[in-house]
Write a protein that binds this ligand. Structure first.
Ligand code: ADP
Ligand code: MG
Length: 254
């Protein structure tokens, strides 16, 4: 893979659900070695944009490239092979399995079909390399002491850390974070912010997150999505001063 290609290119993407224009002609580039934060009010189309980038839902128009490869029509799996991973706004964990088991499954990629799960359990004890990798990932999200804990017995903050671990397990280069700090307590937020800021030195991150302090700790590149379109791009300071952005957020809070 030639390195002069940007990590991710989204070109003139559009997507409607029935009459709703959820994404309208959105273009976006993630350069290698740079992260970006995306903000925008509820319903702006942020999660939909992620679903289009990963291929979880089909696009109507536009193109997507990962490290130069045209993946516009490629399945989710291919995009994973090209080192793209994501976290979810809504929990995507197996609650009746342990931390270790969840991470082990995440190593198999993002294919959650039953046959896949069964075959990975059959080979569970055979693959030392995978178990070592699971431990390394657990350590990187501060869950090494919780490997044998059922997900349902983890705190909310620990569950979000595990979700981060699930995305990290296949060692991706690009990670899309969908509101990683949602629902966290102030202390958990501080912890998660540090965890993600540390990751940003090794990974290319596109994070949906409203906290401007978070944005500042991660990057100078902020994109604002509103009504399915990019309405502003700039540094966190520029975004804070932007009149359109201020108006939108005032309307939201009114
Ligand atoms: P955000 O993540 O910015 O809050 P979403 O991407 O979830 O926004 O939603 C953008 C718009 O698309 C909303 O109007 C939402 O109702 C609509 N939408 C999202 N997913 C679907 C779907 N699967 N079917 C129908 N409408 C959807
Ligand atoms: Mg969303």
């Amino acid at each position: 893979k030639p390195t002069h290609h940007p990590a991710l290119v989204v070109k003139n993407l559009s997507k409607s659900f029935g009459g709703v224009n959820a994404i309208n002609d959105v273009s976006l580039t993630l350069d290698t070695g740079r992260s970006r934060v995306m903000i925008g009010p509820n319903g702006a189309g942020k999660s939909t944009l992620f679903n289009l980038i990963t291929g979880e839902i089909p696009l109507d128009e536009g193109e997507v490239y990962i490290f130069g490869e045209d993946v516009t029509k490629a399945p989710v799996q291919r995009r994973g092979e090209l080192d793209l991973a994501r976290t979810y706004q809504i929990s995507n964990l197996f609650h009746e399995l342990t931390v270790e088991e969840n991470l082990y499954l995440a190593l198999q990629g993002k294919s959650w079909e039953l046959s896949h799960i069964l075959s990975s359990f059959t080979s569970w004890f055979k693959n030392k390399d995978r178990l070592n990798r699971v431990r390394t990932v657990a350590e990187s999200v501060a869950l090494k002491e919780n490997l044998g804990t059922l997900v349902s017995n983890l705190s909310h903050g620990e569950q979000r850390q595990l979700e981060l671990g699930m995305a990290l397990a296949p060692d991706p280069k690009i990670i899309l974070f969908d509101e990683p700090m949602a629902g966290l307590s102030p202390n958990e937020r501080i912890f998660m912010k540090k965890l993600i800021a540390r990751l940003a030195s090794e990974k290319i991150i596109l994070a949906i997150e409203h906290d401007m302090d978070f944005a500042l700790s991660l990057t100078n590149d902020v994109t604002v999505l509103h009504g399915g379109a990019v309405i502003a791009e700039g540094t966190p300071d520029e975004i804070k001063q932007n009149e359109d952005v201020r108006t939108i957020y005032k309307l939201q809070n009114a």
